[in-house]
Write a protein that binds this ligand. Structure first.
Ligand SMILES: [Mn+2]
Length: 224
């Protein structure tokens, strides 16, 4: 059995289908998404339907899922990406929210630890703050203020980390830091690519984005 770990999908359903076709998984294989499933992309509802109806697939929580939960709980003003997803989800939104509440902040596999955002150096996995694992902006600012190097250079855990959320290469490419930290967010929703990592072979599979989706959506809906 293989495990296929996919980076930030952000509502890019067509590219998800392309990636799954290219990976040629069997029904025995497991699929895990690193979070940021819906916001900014053109087809969050189809991504939700796929996730809901695919028993072998599961997801972590990303900062964007957390924003949805905060807004429906009245703890945060709704942002344009969150509002658009709510609108695209239509009558599925409440069920999608209920599903978002079930998403874990991290997963530990035999081969690796999976999380969406950041890992605070020197802190055991079980004691990581939720906002750090989610990749919230204030936690990122704290990491930059506290350490003179990027957080991933200071990671000393036993297992490699697989993360999403940021493009650490600046080139919309897969990020690999000393075979210890792997960044799988290759910016599909901004016109990059959608990337998955096949375990236990540690084989990357990528497909190109079909558009700079967020730029198109912003233009279409007159968002700045
Ligand atoms: Mn994110």
């Amino acid at each position: 059995m293989a495990t296929f770990i996919i980076g930030d999908i952000h509502g890019c359903y067509d590219e998800l289908r392309d990636l799954l076709d290219k990976a040629a998984l069997t029904t025995e294989d497991r699929i895990i998404i690193l979070g940021d499933l819906y916001n900014r992309g053109p087809n969050p509802r189809s991504v939700y339907h796929w996730l809901r109806d695919t028993p072998q697939a599961s997801s972590l929580m990303g900062n964007h899922e957390y924003y949805h939960l905060q807004t429906v709980d009245g703890d945060k003003d709704v942002s344009p990406p969150t509002l658009l997803t709510r609108w695209f989800m239509d009558e599925d939104y409440h069920a999608a929210i209920a599903h978002m509440r079930t998403l874990p902040l991290y997963m530990e596999l035999d081969e690796a630890i999976l999380l969406h955002g950041f890992y605070e150096p020197g802190v055991p996995l079980a004691d990581q703050r939720p906002g750090m694992l989610l990749g919230l902006d204030d936690e990122e600012a704290e990491l930059k203020a506290r350490f003179d190097r990027p957080w991933y250079e200071l990671y000393e855990g036993d297992k490699p980390l697989l993360v999403g959320h940021r493009d650490y290469t600046g080139e919309q490419k897969v990020f690999v830091y000393e075979d210890r930290v792997y960044g799988l967010d290759t910016r599909c929703v901004y016109g990059g690519s959608l990337t998955g990592l096949l375990l236990p072979d540690w084989k990357f599979v990528s497909v190109p984005a079909r558009d700079d989706h967020w730029a198109t959506l912003k233009q279409r809906h007159h968002l700045t």
